[in-house]
Design a protein around this ligand. Structure first.
Ligand SMILES: Cc1cc2nc3c(=O)[nH]c(=O)nc-3n(C[C@H](O)[C@H](O)[C@H](O)COP(=O)(O)OP(=O)(O)OC[C@H]3O[C@@H](n4cnc5c(N)ncnc54)[C@H](O)[C@@H]3O)c2cc1C
Length: 469
């Protein structure tokens, strides 16, 4: 059986509570049974001590920008996660905290009777904040397990400078980690009688058909519509993976930079919410490529090297929604051009409502508004133009994070921080000096027109055009 130890961080100095009735796995990022190293660690611990495993998942109304789109996507994953866990003999308690007046201490209550608490090690958003705040308040041991990366985050001892510095290490380590994870079943099945008194009543039943009512009952922003095509859950994720392998992987190297060709996997929301693991995706892509004599290197580069560079950045730079975390050369060039005239600027509302003079930019923002993500190639253009058309680069950064928090199903991720900061030079190199951008890489409408089929993409997103020029 593979060693999970290198994936685990012990985040407090409390002993195991030997009188504990169960091990508690608090799911915060990896909402799945398969290829879940945190679940595997938790069940092995439970079996070693002869106790069952309880999986707890909460969804609160109080996270920043909580809205119908995000809530629905998470809830859509719950019924099959529950069915998979129950079938395997694990306990599962899902709690929807609808209003700020509702109980907000379930994890502490459940931890009181636990032998240990195991959770996901995920370096951004609420998960990172919880993993800083909660362990010190518990009387029992608290373990955070990395099930997001294929090569564990703990293997990298410092912040990498760029892809070229982390790539050799990832490639060296990969044969050790790119392997299926052995499933471990519980030796002691779960029984609800083990729950601390009064906690069973917090269980929120989630079924496909009651999700709209559950969402409507929450004190969250109801103005953000569901994504037009992304539905949450592991089955959905696997269907997208299958479609990617069969009809897109062979075109990926050539066409992933052509948004209208739809050659990418569109898995980022599922990876973000943990409905599928990067490990499962990578193994499936590798096996399919071997079987069909295809090259999957370009896809693996994005899924493993680029994604794990982002996790490395977020791990070592926890407060990252600021330009201050950029390398010196970026800060210097940004400062030098801070006062450059901006011939065109837009307000937050104009950006949000896709009301610029540029039909391509408006289409990218329409993709964000309606789908909940933007194609990777045009996402760079989207970011660069917000920089060009904002009064300051600090404001551009705020706009990008804010739009991601509200609309992006794959937002609040290490990739969000890295993708946005990449626009400001992170993990990039200096380019030819020009106004506003200084030495930061520039992207132009003409460049996009030359390299991609702009018209086809604009047709897909039917962008309203406003002529301001
Ligand atoms: C301004 C900006 C913001 C971004 N915000 C996000 C975000 O909020 N969430 C997010 O997941 N990605 C973000 N990215 C990175 C990238 O655009 C997306 O990961 C990718 O477009 C997701 O689409 P896909 O699943 O079809 O990718 P595919 O091309 O099919 O790639 C497979 C997976 O590899 C990873 N990946 C792909 N490209 C990158 C990349 N450049 N860097 C890191 N990992 C990558 C993703 O997990 C992706 O799902 C951002 C990029 C930029 C420039």
């Amino acid at each position: 059986m593979e060693s999970l130890r290198p994936r685990v961080r012990t985040l407090n100095d409390r002993p195991l509570n030997k009188a504990g009735a169960y091990v508690l796995y608090w799911v915060q990022a990896n909402r799945r049974v398969d290829a879940n190293h945190a679940l595997a660690w938790a069940v092995r611990l439970a079996n070693m001590h002869g106790v069952p495993l309880l999986v707890y998942e909460g969804l609160t109304c109080s996270y920043p920008a909580a809205n119908d789109r995000l809530h629905t996507f998470v809830l859509e994953g719950v019924p099959e996660f529950e069915a998979d866990l129950t079938r395997a003999g694990f306990g599962y308690l899902f709690y929807l905290r609808r209003t700020p007046a509702d109980a907000n201490n379930l994890v502490y209550k459940l931890a009181e009777k636990a032998l240990a608490v195991v959770t996901d090690d995920f370096p951004t958003f609420n998960v990172a904040a919880h993993n800083r705040r909660v362990p010190g308040r518990l009387k029992t041991a608290y373990f955070a397990v990395d099930s997001s990366c294929i090569v564990p985050m703990n293997v990298h001892e410092k912040r990498a400078w760029a892809a070229y510095t982390i790539r050799p290490k990832i490639h060296r380590e990969l044969p050790l980690w790119l392997k299926p994870l052995t499933a471990t079943l519980p030796t002691k099945p779960w029984s609800d009688s083990l729950l601390p008194p009064g906690l069973a009543e917090f269980r929120t039943p989630v079924r496909r058909d009651n999700i709209p009512a559950l969402v409507a009952s929450c004190a969250i922003d109801h103005t953000i519509p569901l994504s037009k095509s992304y539905r949450g859950g592991t089955t959905e994720a696997r269907a997208r993976l299958e479609r990617f392998l069969v009809s897109r992987l062979s075109r990926y190297a050539k066409e992933s930079g052509q948004p209208s060709k739809k050659a990418t996997s569109e898995l980022s929301p599922y990876l973000h919410f943990g409905h599928i693991s990067a490990l499962e995706v990578a193994l499936a892509a590798r096996n399919y490529a071997t079987e069909h004599k295809l090259i999957a290197d370009e896809f693996m580069e994005e899924l493993i090297v680029r994604r794990e560079l982002a996790f490395n950045f977020a791990r070592w730079t926890p407060e990252n929604e600021t330009l201050d975390v950029l390398p010196d050369w970026c800060l210097k060039t940004i400062a030098k051009h801070a006062e450059d005239p901006r011939p065109i600027t837009y307000t937050w509302e104009q950006f949000r409502d896709a009301q610029t003079h540029d039909p391509l930019w408006n289409a990218t923002q329409q993709e964000m508004l309606t789908e909940g993500k933007i194609h990777g190639y045009y996402r760079m253009y989207w970011g660069k133009k917000i920089m060009e058309w904002s009064p300051t680069l600090a404001e551009a950064l705020r706009t990008m994070f804010r739009l991601h928090s509200i609309y992006a199903l794959d937002g609040r991720d290490p990739n969000t921080a890295t993708g946005i900061l990449w626009c400001f030079g992170l993990h990039d190199r200096p380019w030819t000096e020009r106004s506003i951008f200084g030495q930061l890489r520039y992207m132009s409408y003409d460049g996009m027109k030359r390299k991609t089929d702009i018209a086809a993409y604009i047709r897909q997103y039917d962008s309203p055009q406003v002529s301001l020029l």
